[in-house]
Design a binder for this molecule. Structure first.
Ligand code: ATP
Ligand code: MG
Ligand code: MG
Ligand code: MG
Length: 572
């Protein structure tokens, strides 16, 4: 590729609405352009990244024995009525009508269509197991599309669906996908963690999320480095953060598993979705044998504006039963002053407290609106230093003992993949049967497996960047190598050497771009650092006099001088 013939259009400033690094950098580098809230054009540079992610995902899915097809974006409402999700899915499902006033949806996921395919295509046990997948546009009318490609309304997902003869076989298909996902995220060059997860609106019983570790992630992960235990904090099975008074009277957090006394109820409380503003629930319990009363501290993440709204009673769902904790109560419960409350202190004037029994609280919280408690209009980063909450939760949890051995830790993550064991949830509703070995019809057992292709691009940036721009993992960089000839229009030697290098690299199959635009070296370097191409080869008159070019990895502080003859080998 020649930069002069390509489309490169970088911006000095990110749009004000871009709150996270990936959104800012992708916009500045000209990888994405917004057309409406949560809807973006993938510009040429951005598309190259997505295609590379897709290729890796496709290769590993094929290798794992999955079969690619392509299901439509627009799907008839009838299928969604059959599964019950036409009403159950809620406002994230974009419903549209055709000219005959018939109802359709833009697919947010494809369980219905694939189950319809399966019931029509699969007659016999001989055709099982089978795993179909596609890489397709999804539409979810997210309540708050934000963070660029991280939470779009239109986005690209790989979704796969397995069909099996028995539950046992379906579990094996699930394990097979789990392994494929481990390979995929390893090949993408990301630091990630597989965590036990909740099944949400997709349904089913067994589920793992694949989380890219990054401070800007919207999920909290609890993990134990010793035991490999890792779970999304919103999961009931996950350890709950339970703050207790330690014998010495100091605040401390303990971990309770659902099989501890009464903790099932406590865990159920945590299972409700955390909203944008309610980031954690801390249950304060007296360290007695049986947990009878529980004080619930809802950690409201908010600025002064929202705090005033709460005080004025304008927070839906939190008006009755809750009031602010008094300093005395905080001291009594946590054994410390409000200012040193650990997880609560950094989120501003403390929380809301209610001393009711678990059962009452459960009722109360179930009465809140579907996403949990809302506060709109919080400006992250301005009203609140988001990562601080994690840091402080980490401080509280770190070093605490896991009842099963080892210590616990908390991290923030970005959900980039999610696998579910579905059982017969959809196959039963849509009557997807096959003739089993005994000649009798049986219901297929299913699993479904998603990967957020476009979200991965954003997650990779959240994890890999510096103050100059993005630092792409090799496998998904828009280009692997950029050749930067300095003042080439003035020097034939520079032009020729750079061109020869370019041709050599191409002949070896390298993914290389040569910057043959007539621009100043400083501008050129800044642009490629912003775009984050992993390897830069600088060809300049000064170096050529010594017979060398400079090669610098985007992560390295200094360039290395390599002879022209060795440059190709060095880069490859
Ligand atoms: P989230 O919790 O972030 O809303 P989800 O649990 O609703 O995601 P799934 O239904 O599990 O998402 O979909 C599979 C994958 O699709 C997710 O793991 C994520 O990588 C991706 N994804 C989901 N919603 C979006 C979105 N709005 N923008 C980009 N990618 C998304
Ligand atoms: Mg979602
Ligand atoms: Mg999720
Ligand atoms: Mg999910």
């Amino acid at each position: 590729m020649r930069a002069s013939k390509y489309h490169i259009n970088t911006l000095k400033e990110a749009p004000a609405e871009a709150e996270v690094t990936s959104h800012q950098l992708m916009t500045r580098a000209g990888m994405i352009r917004k057309i409406a809230g949560g809807i973006y054009t993938y510009m040429p540079l951005g598309l190259r990244v997505l295609k590379k992610i897709e290729a890796i995902v496709r290769e590993e899915m094929d290798r794992a024995g999955a079969v690619e097809l392509l299901m439509p974006l627009v799907q008839p409402a009838e299928l969604w009525e059959e599964s019950g999700r036409w009403t159950a899915y809620g406002p994230e499902l974009l419903r549209i009508k055709d000219r005959h006033q018939r109802d359709f949806v833009l697919q947010p996921t494809s369980e219905e269509v694939i189950t319809d395919i399966a019931r029509n295509e699969i007659q016999s046990w001989r055709q099982l197991p089978v795993n179909f997948y596609h890489i397709q546009t999804k539409f979810r009318d997210e309540r708050r599309p934000r963070f660029g490609l991280m939470r779009g309304r239109e986005f690209t997902m790989k979704d796969a669906y397995s069909f099996d003869r028995s539950e046992e076989a379906a579990q094996a298909s699930y394990d097979n996908m789990y392994d494929a996902y481990m390979k995929i995220f390893t090949r993408l060059g990301l630091e990630f963690r597989a965590v036990a997860a909740d099944t949400g609106s997709i349904g089913g019983s067994r589920s793992h999320e694949f989380q890219v570790i990054a401070n800007t992630g919207e999920d909290l992960i609890v993990y134990n480095p010793q035991s490999q235990y890792a779970a999304n904090i919103e999961l009931a099975d996950a350890p709950c953060l339970i703050a207790t008074r330690s014998p010495a009277g100091k605040a401390m957090a303990k971990v309770a598993t659902p099989n501890m006394t009464k903790c099932e109820e406590v865990a159920a409380l945590l299972k409700r979705p955390l909203s944008d503003t309610v980031k954690a629930v801390v249950l304060a319990v007296e360290p007695t044998e049986e947990i009878k009363t529980v004080q619930i501290f809802v950690l409201l993440v908010r600025g002064d504006h929202e705090l005033n709204e709460v005080k004025a009673g304008k927070l839906p769902g939190l008006n009755q039963g809750f009031r602010f904790a008094t300093d005395d109560e905080i001291k009594r419960t946590f054994g410390c002053s409000p200012g040193s409350l650990g997880p609560v202190a950094p989120v501003g004037p403390v929380t809301i407290i209610a001393d009711k029994t678990v059962a009452n609280m459960h009722d109360f919280i179930c009465g809140a609106n579907e996403d949990g408690f809302h506060l709109d209009g919080v400006n992250w980063g301005r009203d609140l230093p988001e990562p601080d909450l994690v840091t402080d939760l980490r401080n509280v949890v770190a070093g605490d003992l896991d009842p099963n051995g080892g210590t616990l830790n908390i991290q923030r993550g970005i959900e980039v993949g999610h696998i579910f064991f579905l059982g017969d949830k959809y196959s039963k509703a849509l009557n997807a049967t096959f003739l089993d070995t005994d000649g009798k019809p049986a219901i297929m057992q299913m699993g479904c497996y998603g990967i957020g292709i476009s979200r991965i691009a954003a997650a990779a940036i959240e994890q890999n960047h510096d103050d100059r721009g993005m630092i792409w993992p090799e496998a998904i960089a828009p280009f692997q190598v950029v050749i930067c000839p300095l003042n080439a229009h003035k020097s034939e030697t520079v032009r020729n050497t750079a061109e020869q290098l370019y041709q050599d690299l191409i002949s070896y199959g390298a993914d290389v771009i040569i910057d043959d635009r007539d621009i100043r070296p400083g501008v050129m370097f800044a642009e490629w650092e912003l775009i984050g191409v992993p390897v830069r080869v600088t060809v300049g008159d000064r170096g050529l006099k010594e017979g060398v070019v400079e090669i610098q990895h985007r992560r390295q502080p200094e360039a290395e001088k390599i002879t022209v003859a060795q440059a190709t080998d060095f880069v490859l």
